[in-house]
Design a protein around this ligand. Structure first.
Ligand code: B12
Ligand code: SF4
Length: 523
């Protein structure tokens, strides 16, 4: 086989000029799979250049001009940037491949702009593709392994890519690792609810942790497992076998139900410093926090649990989803404000209810009810647009509640109370920077602008109400400004997508098995 010049691009962000928090943290949010793709391509004998885009680089300078194949890993918020880059590199002769959350959620749309769109990706999908990587235009080919890969290259194998990415993190450096894929639970709003749980091998994990200690003095590991700690004892044994006490710190996403006091004691002993449980809502999705309580009872229970966690783990981010169907009236917002008072040490992260294409079975219900709005992908990051019309709120009521709870959470009073409620310096500093940067103050400003436009700009209101699909100037200008020179490379029509494409495929193909498949045209 010919030796190919392969580019791999990890789009951590969607535009240049990241916030203060972004400058410090973006390189720490890099994905594992682009590094994995880099290893697999090299194993096939090709030359690989991997670039992690954190918003500071000049993309066109960092990527070689002459490439045979360009792999791009993108979240949906980076889709328009990815489409523009694909267009540009195709015009220079490269074959382009998209993978990652956007490819899994919107394959029909992505096939319009890429030669290949990958769902589940294992080594054989990549080697087959490289063996015969012909362009596919105008419509790309959608390929997927039958299941998630049963093994991934170890950290040791992908180290040169990991290390190069971490060089971009100026202070805190978080090493991305994964020990399992899928989840045994079946929360219908989650992308992993239909993916079998599968650990990736605890021997490799042990070896990787030991390897990491030879590379970084006191490393911080960021676990990308969808639900860390399902096989809790196996994980802890792997850590305990490989890492002497006090030599490594860890960050993980885990559900509250896994964070019992005995588990917390062991996590503390093993250096777990930050944990990100999902609370989601006081009325909906109780299955995730494993409590049957609702309303104020749930607030008290969860606040007690969070305060208990803070006795063992110095940093906790509590994740909420706003606008769920179980929420109604001002009470859910008021309850969250009470939670902020009762658990002042938690950093609240708010997500606007979002239906990411095929991500979750519950998205079909929103599409059937015609509640999904066609906001350009660029805005779909849980914050810059809510693409599901709320069931029990008008838009103005919803935005009033959203601004109220965000302002309360990032008021100087709440910021000041958060500082003493955490025990150590880095959590105090992180909480402060996040609050005064794009996540706190930045969101208050952004949501306030949207709320104003709902009153003053008829095109915005009509778009939110689903009366028109013509994109309001406000959003068009923003995407143009944020993409900068890349906006000119955006193919015609690429700001628009069929928001009900998933429903269309289910009606036509009742059995949606994740088998190798050829994509059909997106609407
Ligand atoms: C860990 C995680 C994070 C971590 C790490 C992110 C990262 N860079 O990977 C952190 C906390 C930083 C994070 C942040 C965010 N996240 Co997140 N995150 C996850 C989570 C829980 C696991 C993803 C994971 O790594 N799985 C392990 C990998 C190996 O498996 P996989 O993702 O299934 O990937 C397979 C294929 O997609 C493919 N593949 C993946 N990447 C690539 C790349 C290439 C080039 C190729 C060819 C193939 C390929 O191969 C894999 C094996 O089959 C998922 C939910 C979930 N359960 O999947 C959400 C999820 C991916 N996150 C989501 C979102 C929205 C975000 C944020 C925008 C939230 C926010 N507002 O801040 C940010 C965006 C960060 C960014 N980099 O842009 C959404 C994405 C939806 C979408 N379509 O965009 C998800 C699906 C959760 C959800 N809401 O449903 N996240
Ligand atoms: S929300 Fe969490 S517990 Fe539920 S299926 Fe997804 S990863 Fe598993």
């Amino acid at each position: 086989m010919r030796r190919l010049r392969v580019g791999v691009l990890d789009l951590v962000t969607k535009s240049p000029n990241p916030s203060l928090y972004g400058r410090i943290m973006n390189a720490n949010l890099a994905s594992i799979m682009p590094q994995v793709i880099g290893v697999w391509c090299e194993r096939e004998g090709h030359d690989v250049t991997l670039v992690c885009y954190t918003g500071l680089e000049d993309l066109l300078e960092e990527l070689p001009k002459e490439l045979d194949v360009l792999f791009i890993g993108a979240f949906t918020q980076s889709a328009q940037l990815a489409y523009a880059l694909s267009n540009l590199f195709r015009s220079r002769g490269a074959v382009t491949v998209l993978g990652g959350p956007h490819a899994r959620c919107y394959p029909e749309d992505a096939c319009r702009y890429f030669d290949y769109v990958l769902g589940f990706t294992d080594r054989s999908v990549v080697s087959d593709l490289l063996r015969d990587c012909r362009p596919h235009r105008p419509l790309g080919v959608h390929l997927s392994a039958p299941t998630q890969p049963v093994e991934l290259p170890t950290l040791r194998e992908r180290w040169k890519f990991t290390e190069a990415t971490l060089r971009k993190a100026p202070t805190i450096k978080i090493v991305p690792m994964v020990g399992s894929l899928g989840c045994p639970y079946t929360c219908s709003f989650c992308i992993d609810s239909t993916v079998d749980y599968q650990p990736l091998g605890f021997d490799d994990l042990r070896d990787d942790l030991a390897f990491l200690l030879t590379k970084i003095k006191n490393p911080i590991v960021g676990w990308h497992d969808p639900n860390f700690g399902v096989r809790f004892d196996d994980y802890m044994e792997a850590v305990e076998a490989a890492v002497p006490p006090g030599r490594m710190r860890h960050i993980a996403e885990s559900s509250l139900s896994l964070l019992s006091e005995p588990h917390l004691q062991r996590l503390q002993k093993n250096g777990f410093r930050a944990i990100l449980p999902g609370i989601e809502s006081w009325y909906d999705l109780g299955n995730k926090s494993k409590t049957r309580q609702k309303g104020m009872d749930k607030v008290r229970l969860v606040a007690d649990h969070v305060n208990m966690i803070l006795r063992y783990i110095p940093y906790i981010q509590t994740n909420f989803v706003l606008g769920l169907d179980g929420d109604m009236g001002p009470e859910p917002f008021e309850l969250t404000k009470t939670f902020i008072d009762l658990a002042p040490g938690a950093f609240p992260a708010y997500s606007l209810l979002s239906a990411f294409g095929r991500a979750a079975p519950s998205n079909l219900d929103y599409q059937r009810a015609d509640r999904v709005l066609p906001f350009p992908f660029h805005f779909l990051n849980n914050n810059h647009a809510m693409n599901v019309r709320p069931k029990n709120y008008s838009w103005t009521e919803f935005y009033d509640g959203l601004i109220d709870v965000t302002s309360y959470s990032f008021s100087w009073r709440a910021i000041a109370r958060r500082v003493p409620a955490t025990a150590t310096a880095i959590p105090k500093w992180m909480n402060f920077v996040r609050a005064v940067s794009s996540e706190g103050f930045g969101r208050i400003k952004y949501h306030t602008t949207i709320r104003r436009l709902l009153d003053t700009d008829a095109s915005v209101r009509a778009y939110f109400e689903g009366e028109t699909t013509e994109l309001p100037e406000f959003y068009l200008n923003r995407v143009r400004q944020e993409l900068g020179p890349m906006f000119d490379h955006l193919p015609a029509g690429a700001l628009y997508h069929d928001q009900n494409a998933y429903l269309g495929t289910v009606i036509e193909e009742p059995a949606m098995a994740p088998v190798p498949l050829r994509s059909r045209r997106a609407g």
